[in-house]
Design a protein around this ligand. Sequence first.
Ligand SMILES: C[S@@+](CC[C@H](N)C(=O)[O-])C[C@H]1O[C@@H](n2cnc3c(N)ncnc32)[C@H](O)[C@@H]1O
Length: 355
Amino acid sequence: MPLKNKVYLLLTTISGLEDVLIEEISELYGNTIEILESRRGWIIASIDSNSPSTLIDNLIASSRSLERIYTILFRTKLEIDCIKTAIESTSIHSMFTPYTKFAIKLDKEKYVDVDSYQLVRILGDLVCNTIEKRKGYRPIVSLDNPDIEIYCKVFNRELIFAFDITGPKALHFREWRVYLHPSTLNAIIAYAMARLSKAKTATRVLDPMCGSGTILIETGLAYSKPMLYGMDINIRHVEGTLENIRRAGLESRCTLKVGDALSIREYFDLSFDRIITNPPYGIRELSYCRTLYELYEGFMKSALEVLTGNGYITLITPRRRLMKSILRKFKLKVVKRKDLEHGGIRATIFVLTSY
Ligand SMILES: C[S@@+](CC[C@H](N)C(=O)[O-])C[C@H]1O[C@@H](n2cnc3c(N)ncnc32)[C@H](O)[C@@H]1O
């Protein structure tokens, strides 16, 4: 890196879901986007520089597992001389006027033993010196309201120097979300759950603890085939799901009920080939159950009663020890398992079958 006729991109997702992002991109763009490197939570890809902006706009509009997108200016060793030479060899000065305000956003992997404050100061100085040398003035640093945000990723003993081109909001913010649940699942995770469950080929997908409907909506927007069924014990959340479903334009494919996930059969006289859900993680969120074990055990028993012979049950939880006893009790087979890190919580997606 860099070759002249290529644009290099740094693409981020939820830590642990890099494979999902790579699969999705390959499915959408084939060889047009070449994946060069995959790390936890981010990947590096290259595209042909003939029409990069159309492709990038397209990627932003169509990917469901992408969180942010950056164009890479350079990648170098984490040494001041190397960084200085690299910055001076770019045409970064062409982006600055005497009034342009900029900020450095440092994203350092936890294990790298460097003083972040010092490093940001050094990087800022190197940018200012380069602009001053080329243009005769020093640019303005503004952390609150920059015109240009320079993103610096530090990992191992390397630095990637890039620009955030995602736009004002991270891409997990979805237009359809008008009702916000207090424990909303990140939409990227919901999409990943649908993808890992192979919901594309499913006929009926049920989320019996649907909250605000994130899993149903992400499944429905990604895949046109399955009919969507949702349930929650709290009527307010069912009404909220309906608002979100309408906003997403999925009402003709969706049936919602107020009901208990511990007795799904009472509410739906149907079988489902995918049951995908995000149960409560903690005691605080429980309704009618005394313990979390009681909820997970009751849900699993009830889900297995309505699951088709070759169906999958997919759930996300940080309660791995509890899941171990559930898997043993119901003799479930783990088809796939993904460990994620998000918002300070380490959760696991389990895709399960009973055959
Ligand atoms: C973690 S939240 C789901 C959030 C949802 N994935 C979203 O993105 O909005 C868990 C949901 O399970 C519901 N719930 C708890 N016990 C239930 C039960 N026995 N039957 C049905 N729903 C239940 C809660 O009301 C809550 O909305």
